[in-house]
Design a protein around this ligand. Structure first.
Ligand code: NAD
Length: 269
């Protein structure tokens, strides 16, 4: 089978660069094109050099049509509006679309699912690591086994992150909600400030910390009357997410059009 040809969205970003490096180390997949927002300083630079590798001879462009013509997949860790627009293009072109972008609204997610129904092969995950996807199963199990325990999710990320709670924290919250057979959106407390009153029983609380260069740390706390369980995940390197995204792209190539998560890729569903 020929190499899967990947268009890298947001090639000038931290994850864009990590995705280029991960592809370079993986057989069966190749960087085909790279693009970023018009007007950003990376436009015109070589995608390999931008990622800290040797020259690839692929210049980072701002023409999306040109970047997607002839590609088989898009790996996209960018921004919600861009990911929605790319999903719609992926549907028209029948492409694999790997979406790592976080901070999507419900309407964004609906539009992405509609694009999957219209012909794109989409894998979307707030976290592409094996460990976090395994942790989701453990959190679901713990939430179901300990019905009276208060669940709180704490996350910390670097000081450039623009959305909160993190996509991973929300995935872990969804897993806890599934364990309790409730909807996260009607049971979550995403911020607390001032005179909040006592904790609502059965709610799932979130807290977000930002600082320094922290790649991603998550703690799920299940607090009972006289004991507490804490489940932690610490990402040591962005390569972790990029390796998961590359694995998802190769997996999605052989799937029918539709919407998938990393749990599908890993066979956890
Ligand atoms: P970053 O700011 O370093 O990079 C984002 C890149 O996207 C930038 O180069 C930006 O110019 C580009 N971009 C934005 N809008 C664009 C558009 N319209 N067209 C083309 N390019 C566009 O951020 P990052 O740290 O690389 O993270 C990117 C996203 O990935 C965030 O949402 C982050 O939360 C998420 N993320 C997800 C995972 C995961 O496993 N799912 C892991 C890490 C980061």
């Amino acid at each position: 089978m020929s190499d899967l040809k990947v268009a890298i969205a947001g090639a000038g970003g931290r994850m864009g660069a990590a995705n280029i490096r991960a592809i370079a180390e993986t057989p069966g997949i190749a960087v085909y094109s790279a693009f970023d927002r018009a007007g950003t300083p990376v436009i015109g630079k070589d995608a390999g050099e931008q990622a800290g590798l040797e020259r690839l001879g692929i210049s980072i462009g701002d023409d999306i049509d040109a970047a997607l013509a002839g590609a088989g997949a898009i790996i996209d860790f960018t921004a919600p509006a861009n990911s929605v627009a790319l999903a719609q293009r992926a549907a028209k072109l029948g492409l694999v679309h790997i979406i790592g972008t976080t901070g999507c609204s419900e309407a964004d997610d609906d539009a992405i699912r509609a694009a999957a129904a219209a012909g794109a092969r989409i894998v979307k995950a707030g976290n592409f690591s094996l460990g976090v996807n395994l942790l989701m199963g453990l959190v679901k199990q713990a939430a179901a086994a300990l019905p009276g325990f208060d669940i709180e999710i704490l996350e910390m990320h670097h000081n450039r992150k623009v959305d909160a709670p993190s996509g991973t924290a929300l995935m872990l919250g969804e897993a806890a909600a599934r364990g309790r057979s409730v909807e996260l959106k009607t049971h979550s407390v995403r911020v607390r400030d001032g005179h909040t009153g006592a904790r609502e029983p059965g709610s799932i609380g979130f807290a977000s910390l930002r600082g320094g260069n922290v790649i991603g740390e998550h703690r799920v706390i299940l607090a009972g009357p006289s004991e507490r369980i804490e489940l932690n995940h610490i990402a040591d390197n962005r390569a972790l997410f990029a390796e998961g995204a590359v694995r998802a792209a190769l997996w999605a190539r052989d799937q029918a059009p539709g919407f998938y998560t990393m749990a599908d890729v890993l066979g956890f569903n």
